[in-house]
Design a protein around this ligand. Structure first.
Ligand SMILES: NC(=O)c1ccc[n+]([C@@H]2O[C@H](COP(=O)([O-])OP(=O)(O)OC[C@H]3O[C@@H](n4cnc5c(N)ncnc54)[C@H](O)[C@@H]3O)[C@@H](O)[C@H]2O)c1
Length: 340
């Protein structure tokens, strides 16, 4: 993706900021919409003054913000803005539904007007707790009851996917759905397994081991994800398709923490953390989460290249150079979107 006009929602966030940097490096005019003001967007501090970065503070929930932000000549919109992280959607599932479902509807309405290609960031969560791993893009969605708040995220993202397929039927809108599997890397909020473990270990604190530590995930380094996003945006063969973007190597939580402690040379050990105590009895977790990756490999030539040990090392090296991330509260002063 070179020398084009592109739009990115959620560009001040973790994945979004890495994407914005890569798009700028390729000579694109990059228009970002985010609810966080630019001066607070620490994730973008290295490119804040870039002449090709155009920043718009707006809220997905306001159609007028989307209209004002829209670039009619843009070749693509990467729609990444969302509420992310279990603790947020358990605390406030209604805001999550508003931002993801209503916000995405606003984006699609505008995209349909100008026939702008939409790359939608969905999630491996849409497969829910389907025990038949690895999941292909056609795998069933197996979710728990609606009174369990954690399913609000998977359901909202899946509604957006339905909207995209619907728009394709109605107006032929070009789109691609990408379902990320546990992304990690520099600048991620220290709320997620890898980032939290690195953050705590580097501060001399104990990383949290969730429940028995035997749950598994396939962790995907952010650079691999950015490469995948560029590929789906450029490749017309991707249009109308959904892709798993994930590493295929399955590891358990205990391994993540042990690897982080080793790489950071920490003797702090870990602290056991019971999700039932934190989230109540109705909390449900996903035991194994593994993608089938053949479709992205065959259609796009995409495969995750950076393995967990290397990705952790890169993130630790980055954190050493960026002490602000290790400060109290971690990353950027992310605005509490639910209170907007
Ligand atoms: N990080 C992961 O492991 C992961 C996994 C699966 C899917 N995803 C998806 O990838 C995308 C990016 O995730 P991330 O990890 O970078 O999250 P992030 O929280 O770092 O970034 C999300 C951005 O969206 C912005 N935002 C939130 N509400 C908004 C609103 N109402 N209007 C405008 N902007 C708003 C936030 O300010 C933030 O900058 C999300 O859509 C997420 O659902 C991420």
């Amino acid at each position: 993706m070179k020398n084009s006009i592109v739009m990115v929602t959620g560009g001040a966030g973790f994945v979004g900021s890495h994407l914005v940097e890569a798009l700028l490096a390729n000579g694109n005019e990059v228009h970002v919409l985010d609810v966080v003001p630019l001066e607070q967007a620490k994730n973008l501090q290295e490119v804040r003054d870039h002449e090709k970065l155009h920043y718009f503070v707006g809220d997905l929930r306001k159609q007028e913000d989307i209209e004002q932000f829209w670039q009619k000549d843009a070749s693509v919109i990467f729609h990444l803005a969302s509420v992310v992280g279990i603790k947020h959607y358990i605390r406030d599932p209604l805001s999550l539904v508003d931002i993801v479902v209503i916000g995405t509807r606003h984006i699609l309405t505008e995209a349909a007007k100008y026939n702008t290609k939409v790359v939608f960031s969905s999630t491996s969560e849409v497969y829910g707790k389907n025990p038949e791993v690895p999941w292909s893009e056609e795998s069933d969605r197996v979710l728990g009851p609606t009174y369990v708040d954690r399913w609000s995220y998977a359901t909202s993202k899946a509604v957006c996917e339905h909207m995209l397929y619907g728009m394709k039927k109605q107006s032929g809108l070009p789109f691609v759905i990408v379902r990320f599997f546990n992304v990690y890397g520099p600048r991620q909020n220290p709320d997620f397994v890898v980032s939290q473990s690195i953050y705590k270990a580097m501060r001399g604190e104990q990383p949290l081991l969730y429940d028995d530590g035997n749950m598994t995930r396939c962790f995907t380094y952010v650079e691999d994800i950015v490469r995948g996003l560029m590929m789906v945006a450029e490749n017309p063969a991707a249009n109308g398709e959904a892709f798993n973007l994930g590493n295929s190597v399955e590891v358990n939580m205990r391994y993540v923490i042990e690897t982080v402690l080793e790489i950071t040379e920490s003797n702090a050990g870990y602290q056991e953390y019971l999700t039932e105590k934190e989230y109540g009895k109705q909390y449900e977790d996903i035991i194994r989460r593994i993608p089938q990756i053949d479709k992205a490999a065959e259609l796009l030539g995409w495969k995750a290249e950076i393995q967990l040990e290397e990705g952790i090392l890169k993130t630790v090296e980055w954190a050493k150079q960026n002490q602000w991330w290790l400060g109290e509260g971690g990353t950027l002063g992310t605005v509490k979107v639910s209170q907007q």
